[in-house]
Design a protein around this ligand. Sequence first.
Ligand code: AMP
Ligand code: TRP
Length: 332
Amino acid sequence: MNRIFSGIQPTGNLHLGNYLGAIRNWVALQHDYDCIFCIVDLHALTQPQNPDELRQATREVTAAYIAAGIDPECCIIFNQSTISAHAELAWLLGCLTPLGWLNRMTQFKEKAGKQRENAGLGLYAYPVLMAADILLYKATHVPVGEDQKQHVELARDIAGAFNRRYERDFFPLPEPQIFGEATRVMSLRDGTKKMSKSDTSDYSRINMTDDADTIALKIRRAKTDPEPLPDMLSALEQRPEADNLVSIYAALSDMSREAALARFAGANFSTFKEALSGLSVDVLGRIGGEMRRLMADPGHIDRVLRQGAERAAAIAIPVLHEVQDITGLLRP
Ligand code: AMP
Ligand code: TRP
């Protein structure tokens, strides 16, 4: 069976973009693939983290996976740092990765900012660790939001480099899977910026744990323009905020953007926002409530993660051993 690997960083503020760009698609795929969903805590450490908050956020992402409908009995759910083979394989793959490939990564450029010299080695090597995550399980498919496509393509290139260097078809070449009408959910305050956990304004995003009133308030305050909604998608091209809200509506209601727009053509934003807010509360309210219920029992979450780690290790460790044998590392 084809295998899926994907993950989210436990860096707080899980939002609608994480849900529509990633988690929701995983739920839909879980019975058609052998699935491994990771909480990538080692990736979170590429930026400064408070230790207690990191532990809390790791449990929260786990709760979000389960609350959104991922079944921990059929899928493997675990946190990355419990399997040290991720870091070991990242080293071995890093030795095969040309700096030129890493220098093309747009996320590094964005996150490092102008002070490139002060960025950590971990932030630079981040995509190599991500390649290790995927290849350690010989995953064939990687469902992610649009922003991660370049990293999955790099993982593919690294897999190819390994296979060529050792002249065998060892790693399958993983493919990015990008689904739905909202593969890149934008900020509610600025339709040209992606919705992000780290935006300083909480009004820029809808968090998965926001209650109904907060969701409604954020949608009411979302930036728009004075025109009513058009009847053609092409008319949204110069209207990024309107475009974003229509895409969110379409994704949440499982319809195409065309159909969503047809429903609201000519309507003003107050009508549309009210409908969007009702829909968001319907979908996210239930998940947020379930997350809070799960978070009240951290012992249960930790059991899910421990059991997931055992199952993950049973796949990962034999693959790491094979890689060690292929590369000539002696296992006396
Ligand atoms: P991160 O929050 O960076 O750990 O991202 C976890 C997953 O959510 C990845 O698959 C991302 O591509 C996806 N994601 C993050 N932000 C967005 C967004 N604004 N729109 C769509 N997908 C997103
Ligand atoms: N880099 C991804 C993100 O920020 C998270 C991630 C780490 C990941 N390892 C992965 C996603 C492996 C898919 C597969 O969104």
